[in-house]
Design a protein around this ligand. Structure first.
Ligand SMILES: [Zn+2]
Length: 567
């Protein structure tokens, strides 16, 4: 786990923790809440149903569990009805016992207590979060009717407080008015972007260069993009085989597992289960991205059911709190969150499925919350000083969210710039892991982040960095490096891209498994992440590399068009 491994230019392997690895969650309150059993039938208390304001969050995911849920629901209905009756009569008794002025007074007193703690800064921070959490869990308190409560529960206020072990997040939290706010966008901090950073309108300009959400290439124009970008029939056939393999290895609960021996269809017929076998969310996010990348959504395509069930798995395992919607898990940590956030944002961008809007926004809110407030990065645990690898997934998630017209706080983006500045070397041409360095994978991640955050093609550091990657060429076994570097060069285009792509594309076509249950998958011995993520991780990454022709539209395409046709 030594950081310097990543800074060694010759060491191509990214850290073990890339897909969860061996990093053990230390003290995250999230880690205390075990992932809920995913096959759980739809109940009104699932986060899927709780996330939006009574909106159909679970709608997208309803179908796959409908049948199973139907029976269960019938059985539950009676019990629920009884319970509700009991609750109701209890509330009524309570209301009869309490005069309304007393109830109102209690509500206001709690409000004033929170206010008092809020203004009493510093030492009160811990208590404050306890109070806020307690309120959010208190269903009976109809806070939204109290106008004075609204600013108190402003997500932005809450995010500046430290979450502690003493305030565990109740993963079984029922629908309550307070959770509606969790899914609301974090208030936007109107930070002035300095000119030496990418100004805010530059950030928009880069993203806007897609003239859309950037995922349009996955639709009907795909064939043309494959041909123009340097793909071919063989690369598309490899993608199709890979998607079939991924679909065949979905778990009955709709998620995926890095442990292939746990997959009923496979039972270990495929070799190379990964070590991060508990990182179910990371595995699910990774497996979903290639489907989305090829244009298969929960609404369209032949893998509609596969995608729908996968998204449901993610949404129903999202843990809601005043800090947002977390997909942080003990083994996959913030990797899991970043990867799943990208999947939610992309699925939402591609379908405008209202049921995904709030979960996707809640995921982005949690990214903003989990950012290291000092250095601006992200790492395994919440607010830990960052590393480039984890940062890469979060920035890609923010970018996906931004392109999906979800709200991303500019201050979060600005702080992410600061992190990149802190780990860059050679004036920004190369990037290290937790400090300045020039590891291949971290350099590729850093440069791709720079491209998305506004660096233009004429930036000298970007030019040098691209040349550095181009000279280095694709790795034989480091899918992580290849995944990021391929995207950098694809956006760059030109002869560097052609050269890279010819090697990368054919290498993957030639190394895809063609026999038995493994047909359509990839695995290479080597890098740490390969071992942690196993065949599932290698296959997901390889597939996304081969989808590069249409997965994202090139960032600089319309910029170069503008240059060719000045107004
Ligand atoms: Zn298998």
């Amino acid at each position: 786990m030594a950081d310097e491994n990543l800074n060694k230019p010759e060491e191509e392997a990214i850290e073990a923790a890339d897909v969860g690895g061996d990093a053990v969650a230390e003290k995250s309150p999230k880690a205390k809440a075990p992932a809920k059993p995913a096959a759980k039938p739809l109940k009104k208390a699932t986060p899927a149903a709780a996330a939006p304001v009574g909106k159909p969050a679970a709608k997208a995911a309803e179908k796959p569990v409908k049948q199973a849920a139907a029976k269960q629901a019938e059985a539950n209905e009676e019990a629920d009805a009884l319970q509700e009756e009991e609750d109701e009569s209890f509330s009524k008794t309570l209301m009869l016992m309490l005069p309304s002025w007393l109830a109102s007074m209690v509500v206001h007193m709690v409000g004033f207590l929170v206010l008092a703690l809020w203004f009493n800064d510093g030492a009160a921070a811990q208590k404050r979060i306890e109070v806020v959490t307690a309120i959010s869990e208190e269903e009976e308190l109809d806070q939204l009717d109290e106008p004075m409560d609204e600013p108190l529960l402003d997500p932005m206020d809450v995010t500046v407080t430290e979450i502690t072990n003493e305030a565990p997040v109740d993963s079984e939290m029922d629908i309550s008015p307070a959770t509606d706010l969790d899914a609301a966008a974090v208030a936007v901090d109107l930070t002035d972007f300095g000119l030496e950073k990418a100004p805010r309108n530059d950030l928009m300009a880069t993203v806007g260069a897609y003239t859309g959400s950037g995922v349009e290439g996955r639709g009907s124009g795909k064939a043309g993009l494959v041909a123009r970008g340097g793909g071919n029939e063989k690369s598309e056939r490899a993608v199709a085989l890979a998607l079939k393999w991924l679909a065949d290895h979905q778990m009955p609960d709709g998620g995926w597992s890095i442990d292939l021996t746990a997959v009923p269809n496979c039972r270990g017929q495929c070799r190379h289960s990964g070590k991060s076998d508990k990182a179910r969310l990371a595995a699910t996010g990774l497996a979903l991205l290639p489907f989305l990348g090829a244009g298969h959504t929960q609404k369209t395509g032949k893998y509609q059911q596969t995608v729908q069930r996968g998204l449901y798995y993610i949404v129903s395992n999202m843990k809601l709190s005043p800090q947002g919607g977390s997909m942080h898990e003990q083994q996959g940590n913030m990797y899991s969150h970043g990867i799943c956030s990208i999947a939610l944002c992309e699925a939402y961008a591609m379908t405008q499925d209202r049921g995904l809007q709030n979960p996707a926004q809640a995921a982005l809110n949690f990214i903003a919350y989990a950012q290291d407030p000092v250095g601006g990065g992200w790492r395994y645990q919440i607010r830990q000083p960052g590393d480039t690898s984890v940062v890469g997934w979060q920035i890609m998630a923010l970018k996906s969210g931004h392109m999906a017209y979800l709200r991303v706080p500019p201050v979060t983006v600005k702080k992410a710039f600061d992190f990149l500045d802190a780990v860059q070397s050679n004036s920004g041409a190369n990037y290290g892991y937790t400090g300045p360095g020039e590891g291949p994978a971290t350099t590729a991640i850093g440069l791709l982040c720079r491209m998305y955050l506004g660096w233009k093609k004429d930036n000298p550091a970007l030019q040098r960095g691209v040349k550095w990657l181009s000279n280095r060429g694709p790795s034989k076994n480091d899918f992580y490096y290849n995944y990021y570097a391929t995207q950098v060069l694809r956006h760059w285009e030109g002869e560097e891209w052609v050269k890279w792509n010819n090697v990368m594309r054919d290498q993957l076509i030639n190394t895809q498994a063609q026999k038995g249950h493994e047909t359509g998958s990839w695995y290479e011995e080597g890098g740490h992440a390969n071992e942690a993520g196993g065949r599932l991780y290698c296959t997901a990454m390889a597939t996304m590399i081969l989808e590069v022709y249409y997965r994202h539209l090139p960032i600089y395409r319309s910029q170069s068009v503008d240059e060719n046709f000045p107004l």
